[in-house]
Design a protein around this ligand. Structure first.
Ligand code: PMP
Length: 321
């Protein structure tokens, strides 16, 4: 049942991120604007609107033993994020699904991190048109071509939460998630990420792995690229997804927990409640379920039985895809 209410010793530099996944992309292919091309040919013009104004939307999809997790849902979220930013993706979700499978087949990749990305280009005549030297870099997205690319990066078991078996050390970021009427908070768009990136960099400077962000009202929101859950007296508490990304891993964990008989409560969570949580964990495509070992100035947490149980349920779920 979902209830809603109103308002050690890990070296951070050893934490694997998508950018450190594949050192050798020489033989790899990229799906770009409807074609499979070599990795080294996947280039964009420096006048690209998405580069200057963050008119860029992204997705993240994990593939386990050849089976993508929540592929259609995540590609739909890409489409929805694009609509919000006035991008017109010229491909159906089915076509993008096919593109993902094509890349997996070509690269013979079984376990992967897939990164679809769509952005506004610098030209108006469609993909492949020349970029005019008279291009004006105007703010207006009107008429500009939307490009789409998909990267498939192979991953191994070091990528996932097994990497975080000792738990994450977090700090609370001074940067707040914006109010929903001030930014497209429900989209996975490039413009939402600078606060995450600054928070993450500041956390790493403090010897932490990551940061926990509060929202514009001062309630607990989410990690820099992950959602957060607290275990309090055996129940699972998580912030309402009103100023944070309603992650697909979050949604899956909530339904696995409910099926397992746990009570899941979505509500506004005051940061002081971090003091009384018995367990805390983050969820996301990259993290899967990552236990939190410490939140600076708040407390230390064990890798407790509820987190461990949910990790097992998640592993069983992806094994059965
Ligand atoms: N919040 C933010 C800001 C994120 O970037 C992510 C990662 N996409 C998440 C939450 C978790 O979302 P998901 O489970 O869909 O990966």
């Amino acid at each position: 049942m979902i209830e809603t209410a109103s308002p050690g010793d890990i070296n951070p530099s050893a934490v694997t991120t998508p950018s450190s996944l594949s050192q050798d992309n020489g033989q790899r292919s990229v799906w770009m604007d409807g074609k499979v091309i070599p990795w080294s040919d996947a280039r964009i013009h420096v006048a690209t609107h998405g580069l200057h104004y963050a008119t860029t939307v992204i997705e993240a999809i994990r593939v386990y033993h050849g089976k993508p997790l929540q592929l259609v849902e995540r590609l739909r979220r890409l489409q929805e994020s694009a609509v919000m930013l006035h991008l017109k993706i010229p491909y159906s979700t089915d076509k993008l699904c096919d593109a993902v499978y094509t890349l997996l087949d070509l690269g013979r990749i079984k376990d992967a991190y897939i990164r679809p990305v769509a952005w506004l280009g610098a030209e108006s005549g469609g993909a492949g048109s020349p970029v005019s030297p008279s291009c004006s870099l105007e703010l207006s997205p009107r008429g500009l071509t939307t490009h789409v690319a998909i990267l498939a990066l192979p991953v191994d078991e070091t990528f996932s939460m097994r990497h975080y078996k000792d738990g994450l050390r977090l700090m609370i970021s001074p940067w707040a998630r914006p109010a929903p009427h001030t930014a497209p908070v429900s989209t996975k768009s490039a413009g939402m990420y600078p606060i995450s990136i600054i928070s993450r960099a500041e956390a790493e400077q403090q010897g932490c792995h990551d940061a926990l962000m509060l929202d514009h009202r001062g309630y607990v929101a989410e990690g820099t690229g992950a959602n957060v859950f607290l275990v309090i007296e055996g129940d699972l508490h998580t912030p309402l997804p009103d100023s944070l990304l309603n992650g697909f891993t979050r949604q899956l964990i909530m339904s696995l927990a409910i099926q397992d008989g746990l009570r899941v409560i979505e509500r506004a969570i005051h940061p002081d409640e971090l003091l009384r949580a018995q367990e805390i964990f983050l969820t996301g495509t990259a993290y899967e379920i990552a236990p939190v070992r410490e939140i600076l100035t708040m407390g230390e947490y064990p890798h407790g039985p509820v987190t461990q149980r949910l990790q097992t349920l998640f592993q069983d779920h992806v094994a059965s895809l």
